[in-house]
Ligand binder design. Structure first.
Ligand SMILES: Cc1cc2nc3c(=O)[nH]c(=O)nc-3n(C[C@H](O)[C@H](O)[C@H](O)COP(=O)(O)OP(=O)(O)OC[C@H]3O[C@@H](n4cnc5c(N)ncnc54)[C@H](O)[C@@H]3O)c2cc1C
Length: 424
């Protein structure tokens, strides 16, 4: 059997590991634009200089050798011929290794194909941003390399986007001693994962480190020099943010342009069923390219399911819970679980003490979301269980609502009619 995987990120590598554990002798080929396997979650440590390229890998060399994979690194896809079961690939300019780069275009045939190409950054359509030479996205190591190099000669860094990716970039640049301004339309930072209070805690820590924030603001214009570099970003209130380098962290798009015109069904993302199968026989997809989630653990779970099915097993992707995020900046750790979105009639419970800040959103007796920030993150696994399974906690917290922050698995034990312990 010949398995071909497009993408060597969280999903692609997990799928290869899983396939190899199921089929010792099958051929596995990975085609990836990246030259190096790397963790995107650690890109900020590369920017800051705390990690080098080798330390960014999440697949140790010995394991890579054991997996016995044929790699095409620095290659991109021009198209997938679903009738002839061929992937047409070509080397990215200046990237592919010398030997392979000599061949201009190659056809790679497959029996089973996994598309795990993740996503690319997105530059907002504000005047000048897309044409400028000094505007870079921050999703791939090769982009981080360019940013790190250009930052050497830059003093002022503007970051568009105060989500996790933008804040990661801000951290990396501040560690390098740069003057950083983060711009976002949202009024608080990391708004997708954190409520305003929890976001404000981080904002304060970043401000203490010299970071400036322009929140609730849109980029309305830019100033460009004669070399095509942006020298200032103009906000909708007229504020001018001086910059030598701009990092665009204002969104992502599935990296699936090469599928345009193919028979694989896409709707902004690759459409898959609960076996991670696309509409075309023997073609599967996993990770950010499917739009099912934007997190590392979920990309891996989807890849595992795809791999089983590529090897002829029958496995369903049912652990779809995607609303979990952890982060740690300046030693302040946060776990956020659930949608975090408040609705009318919700019961909101908040607590702040020397251990940190906590918030729970309860809807009709069921815990919808929780934010735990500070030193009290131990035993947080119980919250994922409660939220994911929509367990009613009304009885447990009726006498003391703060008990919502002291829940343990023991609260959900019960005994069945034979006296056995069971979970509620
Ligand atoms: C800065 C940053 C910080 C993050 N922090 C976290 C975090 O703390 N926690 C968390 O859970 N998630 C985090 N994420 C998100 C997480 O990294 C992604 O959810 C995860 O990497 C998705 O895995 P994937 O395999 O789908 O795609 P990726 O890991 O992005 O891998 C995509 C692969 O496809 C290849 N590829 C793309 N297009 C092509 C093509 N046309 N031809 C050939 N190869 C191609 C790429 O080279 C790459 O090898 C972060 C992301 C970023 C950018």
């Amino acid at each position: 059997m010949k398995h071909v995987i497009i993408g060597g990120g969280a999903a692609g590598i997990k799928a290869a590991e899983q396939i190899r554990s199921l089929e010792k002798d099958s051929k596995i080929t990975i085609i990836m634009e990246d030259m190096n396997i790397h963790s995107r979650c650690m890109l900020h440590k590369y920017l800051s200089g705390e990690r080098n390229t080798e330390e960014m890998s999440f697949l140790p060399k010995e394991m890579e050798d054991e997996l016995n994979i044929e790699f095409f690194r620095g290659y991109t896809i021009s198209s997938v011929d679903t009738d002839r079961k061929l992937v047409k690939i070509f080397p990215l300019k200046d990237q592919a290794d010398d030997v392979k780069a000599k061949e201009e275009m190659e056809d790679v045939s497959y029996d089973k194909l996994l598309i795990a190409t993740g996503s690319n950054g997105f530059i907002p359509p504000a005047p000048g941003l897309r044409e400028a030479k000094n505007v870079h996205c921050f999703r791939h190591l090769r982009e981080a390399e360019i940013i790190r190099e250009k930052a050497k000669d830059s003093e002022n860094i503007a970051i568009i986007g105060a989500g996790l990716v933008g804040i990661d970039a801000a951290y990396g640049m501040l560690e390098r001693g740069k003057k950083v301004t983060v711009i976002d339309m949202a009024v608080s930072i990391i708004p997708m994962q954190l409520c305003k209070k929890a976001g404000d805690m981080y904002q304060k820590l970043f401000e203490d480190d010299g970071c400036k924030f322009e929140l609730g603001r849109k980029v309305s214009d830019t100033k460009m020099d004669s070399d095509g570099n942006i020298t200032a970003i103009i906000l909708d209130n007229g504020t001018e943010v001086k910059c030598d380098l701009v990092i665009a962290a204002a969104g992502e798009r599935a990296a699936i342009r090469f599928l345009e015109g193919s028979s694989i069904k896409i709707n902004r993302f690759i459409e898959v069923d609960d076996h991670m199968r696309t509409n075309v026989k023997d073609i599967f997809a996993a990770g950010n390219a499917t739009g099912l989630s934007g997190t590392w653990p979920n990309a891996k779970k989807q890849a595992e399911v795809a791999a089983y099915n590529m090897c002829g097993f029958d496995k369903t992707y049912d652990d779809t819970y995607a609303m979990k995020n952890t982060m740690n900046f300046y030693g302040l750790a946060t776990l956020s679980l659930g949608s975090g979105k408040e609705e009318e009639g919700d019961r909101i419970i908040e607590q702040q003490d020397s251990f940190g800040y906590r918030k729970a959103i309860i809807r009709n007796g069921v815990l919808d979301s929780v934010v735990l920030q500070g030193k009290n993150l131990n035993y947080a696994g119980v919250y994922q269980h409660i939220i994911k399974n929509k367990i009613n906690i009304e009885d447990i917290i009726k006498d003391d609502e703060n008990k919502v922050f002291k829940l343990s698995f023991a609260d959900f034990y019960d005994t069945d009619d034979r006296g056995q312990y069971v979970y509620a």
